[in-house]
Write a protein that binds this ligand. Structure first.
Ligand code: R2B
Length: 315
């Protein structure tokens, strides 16, 4: 099947309300969220979710739980700070695939690895936001990445995305046909987030704004030599990584294109913040100790927390 459909027919949404461009949703006899465990028709739950202003997503349940706990502390959400309870969120779910934690106006959910996994979560999160009547929501992905000429610990905010073929599109499919969706970055949001790098006197985060290469796989798609098979040479690898660098790419990860394209499709502001755990111009595998890794992994959590705090302190 050769034809590729490119669509950018977003519904206009002038009042900031989440309004999904799917005409079928209002005609369904029964609808439910199949992967994230939030009841789509429970009025009390929906009322609680209607206040959501930020959705934070990231690969692992553990990291999203840490973020939810940190936000509860730093936003002074007293309801979530009853120390007698270990995990005192105002809503939480854990399934075998995904976990979610709601703290006041922020919903933190994990998305697993790769674009198909994050796309499933986002479809359902967007439906939840619409059902709850949310408005002016910002979506932020936090994660880890390989750096192109950047050392571990640098936090990259994505300013543009390239995918295989060096095109700025998210490639998925519909009805068995390849489907390309434009990937759009919100430059204002990128600026706002990057300006939080030195908000906290104790820790100046090293933040870089730059393009991200979004790969389908951890191994060959990212030009690694250490997969179970490898159909190219070391020279080909160097050539690929140099081409990324000369195209302005400063990091590689596996979800940014889907996140930014799907959010654009439903008119939700979105950004991607990933911390470098290995400089891919030097090696394929990270060589950090567990302690260094957990320190470095906390940087995107810190940056997103500063941004959210700043947002609410402005009133
Ligand atoms: C970064 O790390 C994960 C792979 O290990 C993937 O989700 C990504 O984008």
């Amino acid at each position: 099947e050769k034809s590729t459909v490119t669509t950018d027919n977003n519904s206009a949404c002038t009042d900031g309300c989440v309004k999904l461009p799917n005409p079928h949703l209002s005609t369904l006899d029964h609808d439910a969220l199949f992967h994230i465990q939030v009841p789509l028709h429970d009025t009390d739950t929906l009322k609680d979710f209607s206040k959501i202003k930020f959705v934070c997503i990231g690969g692992t349940p553990g990291r999203m739980k840490l973020l939810a706990q940190k936000l509860a502390r730093e936003l002074n959400l007293t309801k979530c700070q009853d120390n007698s309870k270990e995990d005192n969120f105002d809503y939480a779910f854990t399934t075998e695939r995904y976990s979610g934690f709601k703290v006041g106006p922020v919903f933190c959910v994990n998305h697993g690895i790769g674009q198909p996994s994050v796309a499933v979560v986002l479809h359902e999160v967007f439906k939840l936001l619409q059902a709850a009547g949310c408005s002016n929501v910002t979506l932020i992905r936090i994660g880890t990445c390989g750096g192109i000429g950047l050392e571990p610990g640098t936090t990259v905010i994505t300013s543009g995305v390239l995918t295989a073929g060096f095109k700025e599109v998210y490639v998925t499919s519909a009805l068995g046909r390849p489907l390309e969706l434009p990937v759009k970055v919100d430059p204002e949001l990128v600026r706002e987030i990057s300006s939080c790098a030195s908000d906290n006197g104790n820790l100046d985060l090293k933040v870089k704004v730059g393009k991200t290469f979004c790969a389908e796989d951890f191994y060959q798609s990212q030009g690694r030599l250490d997969g179970s098979f490898c159909d190219y040479s070391k020279e080909d690898q160097i050539c690929f990584l140099n081409k990324l660098q000369s195209s302005g790419v400063c990091n590689i990860e596996m979800e940014s294109a889907a996140v930014l394209a799907l959010a654009h499709k439903v008119q939700i502001r979105a950004a991607v913040i990933c911390v470098v755990i290995v400089n891919r111009l030097k090696c394929d595998l990270p060589s950090l100790t567990a302690e260094e890794m957990s320190q470095i992994e906390s940087y995107p959590l810190e940056l997103v927390t500063r941004y959210i705090k700043r947002h609410f302190s402005k009133g």
